[in-house]
Design a protein around this ligand. Structure first.
Ligand code: AP5
Length: 219
C-alpha cells in the first residue's frame, strides 16, 4: 500500500499513521520525524532544518525531496505512509513524477479535516515519548501514569507563535495541494474530529471506498 496522510499540523496524521503501520505492516515516512532525528544526530541536514522548524516555517524543497527520495528508495518504493509530505506544489509535482518514473502509483491520499481552534488545543498540550515516539495529549490521550515524566517531550514548535506560523503556512502552501491530489490520485477528505479509533474507522472506510490495495485482507 502506498498512502499519504494529508492535513494541517495537529490534525492527527502521526497518531493515525502509527495505527495504520501496525495494521498493514507499513513503514511510516514522517518528514518531521526524519528532521528531528537528523537534528538529534547533529547531521548537516538536521542543523539546517532546525531554524525553519523552530519558527514553524518549511524546510527548502530541495532538502526535503532528497531526503524522501532516499527514504522511498530504501524501502523499494512500496508499503509506506507518507506523513507530512508533500507540503508544497513543488514537492507534490516532484513526488508524482518520481512515482511515475518508478511505476509505483499512490493507492490513496487521505486528508484529515480539523478546525484551527481545536488544532491549537491539540498542539499546546501534546507530549511525545522521546524513547518510543508515542504521541500523547495531556487531556485527550494521556500518557500512562507510570511513564517517567522526563521521557515526555513538549516539541519546541508547539509554542503559540510557531503554531500560528505553521497554520498560516499550511493555508498558503499546503492546503492547495488537495486540488492536485483530487485530480491526480484517489483522494478522500474525512472528518478528523472525534475519538482516535473513530477517526481510524473513517480512514478504513475511505480506503475501502477508494479500493486501496491490501484493504481486502482486513475485516
Ligand atoms: P511535522 O512533524 O510534520 O509536523 P506537522 O505537520 O505540523 O504535524 P504534527 O506532527 O504537528 O501533527 P500531526 O498531524 O502528526 O498530529 P498528531 O498525531 O501529533 O513537521 C514539523 C516541521 O518540520 C514543519 O513545521 C517544517 O518545519 C518541517 N517539515 C516537515 N515536513 C516538511 C516538508 N514536507 N516540507 C518542508 N518542511 C517540512 O496529533 C496532535 C495532538 O493531537 C497529539 O497530542 C494527539 O494526541 C492529539 N490527537 C490526535 N488525534 C486526536 C483525536 N482524534 N482527538 C483528540 N486528540 C487527538
Amino acid at each position: 500500500m502506498r498512502l499519504i496522510l494529508f492535513g494541517p499540523p495537529g490534525a492527527g496524521k502521526g497518531t493515525q499513521a502509527r495505527q495504520l503501520v501496525e495494521r498493514f505492516h507499513l513503514k511510516q515516512i514522517s518528514t518531521g520525524d526524519l528532521f528531528r532525528a537528523a537534528l538529534r544526530d547533529e547531521t548537516p541536514v538536521g542543523l539546517e532544518a532546525k531554524g525553519y522548524m523552530d519558527r514553524g516555517e518549511l524546510v527548502p524543497d530541495s532538502v526535503v525531496n532528497k531526503m524522501v527520495e532516499e527514504a522511498l528508495g530504501a524501502i523499494g518504493n512500496d508499503h509506506y505512509i507518507l506523513d507530512g509530505f508533500p507540503r508544497t506544489t513543488e514537492q507534490a509535482r516532484w513526488l508524482l513524477g518520481y512515482l511515475d518514473e518508478h511505476d509505483a502509483p499512490l493507492d490513496a491520499v487521505i486528508s484529515l479535516k480539523v478546525d484551527p481552534e481545536l488544532i491549537v488545543q491539540r498542539l499546546s498540550r501534546r507530549r511525545t515519548d522521546k524513547e518510543t515516539g508515542a504521541i500523547y495529549h495531556l487531556d485527550f490521550n494521556p500518557p500512562p501514569a507510570d511513564l517517567p515524566a522526563d521521557r515526555l517531550v513538549h516539541r519546541s514548535d508547539d509554542q503559540p507563535d510557531a503554531i500560528r506560523t505553521r497554520l498560516g503556512v499550511y493555508e498558503a502552501d499546503t492546503r492547495p495541494l488537495a486540488a492536485i491530489f483530487e485530480q491526480e490520485a484517489r483522494f478522500a477528505e474525512i472528518d478528523g474530529v472525534g475519538e482516535i479509533d473513530e477517526v481510524q474507522g473513517r480512514i478504513m472506510d475511505a480506503l475501502r471506498t477508494l479500493g486501496a490495495r491490501g484493504i481486502e485482507a482486513t475485516s
